[in-house]
Design a protein around this ligand. Structure first.
Ligand code: RIB
Ligand code: CA
Length: 317
């Protein structure tokens, strides 16, 4: 695979943290131009602090830009029960001396995209609410032609994890998700349909916690927090939702999926944030589909590739 120009938009978040570790371990394959943060698992100050500390801790020298502190319409909805008050469970990382960019993330993203050579395009991997991406597309629609594809963790065709209808990222900002769905940019949806199978087991997490490598140990610590403080303890494994987009970019063969014509419910009712669609077989999905939805993964391969990457960071600090 040629080195892929990549922007990561995230809300770290314990599974975002493992996604960043996976990205840091694949610097040969990804030319990471920026990490942008968005209000989601915790408030924008905390997730930005976490993004700065995580990228420094992993040895990933990349600008971090602070994004939208609120969803487009409704109030924030944080997830301390899964990610803790800090956003990284009880894991304490060295404080990075780096500061976030002066410019807000949306302007920083625009400047990168507008400054690309004519024939170049960027891939966006988004693992939080899609607020930054939606504002970017609304403010600067001309940058759409500079975006190769957007791979996002969000949504679900099989019910929600925050309400019966909605997955967290789509629940926090369904209006943003709708704007992205209607953008006509090539989209890959890594929803709960596939990320519920993108897991690490209790034993794998325990082994990470016992690692002599700081990065692997910290990732085990963060996954351990989710394992012990959420319903995942009953399952004995934790979904590393946010590792799915980059894992698909590198190893598409371990996934399966299909084209779909999808929409998002932005009403105020019990189905707010629900993904609508997935049935109209008589519609021509090739011409009308707006998103490729991942539906299955080889769980063992996912675990092998993720764990290998976490150990590959070695002494990174
Ligand atoms: O539903 C899972 C998603 O919500 C993940 O991105 C997790 O980090 C949270 O943001
Ligand atoms: Ca996330």
């Amino acid at each position: 695979m040629e080195k892929r120009k990549l922007i990561i938009d995230c809300d770290p978040g314990v599974d975002d943290a493992l996604m960043l570790a996976f990205a840091a371990a694949h610097r040969e394959e990804f030319d990471i131009l920026a990490v942008t943060t968005v209000n989601g698992n915790q408030d924008i100050e905390k997730v930005t602090r976490n993004a700065l500390d995580l990228t420094a801790f992993y040895g990933l020298k990349v600008p971090v830009a602070k994004g939208m502190g609120l969803p487009l319409v409704k109030e924030p909805h944080y997830a301390p029960e899964t990610h803790g008050e800090s956003g990284l469970g009880t894991c304490r990382l060295p404080a990075s001396p780096e500061k976030a960019e002066e410019e807000p993330a949306v302007l920083f993203l625009y400047r990168i995209l507008a400054g690309l050579p004519e024939e170049e395009k960027i891939t966006i991997a988004a693992t939080g609410p899609l607020t930054n991406i939606a504002v970017l597309l609304r403010l600067f629609p001309e940058v759409k032609r500079k975006i190769r594809e957007i791979l996002f963790m969000g949504g679900s065709l099989c019910g929600g994890n925050v309400t019966t209808a909605a997955e967290f990222n789509f629940y926090v900002d369904p209006e943003a998700a709708k704007i992205v769905f209607y953008s006509q940019i090539p989209l890959v949806m890594c929803g709960l349909d596939v990320t519920e199978k993108c897991t690490l087991t209790r034993n794998q997490i325990l082994k990470l916690c016992q690692s002599g490598y700081p990065a692997a140990r910290a990732c085990g610590d963060m996954m351990g927090f989710a394992l012990e403080n959420t319903s995942e303890k009953y399952r004995g494994e934790v979904s590393v939702h946010d590792a799915a987009p980059l894992m698909y970019l590198l190893y598409p063969g371990i996934f399966s999926g299909q084209n779909e014509i999808l929409d998002v419910d932005c009403s105020d009712g019990p189905s707010r944030g629900a993904v609508l669609g997935g049935f109209r077989w008589w519609r021509n999905e090739e011409t009308e589909a707006n998103v490729f939805v991942l539906t299955d993964v080889d769980r063992e391969k996912f675990q092998e590739y993720l764990i290998t990457a976490l150990y590959a960071l070695g002494e990174a600090e």
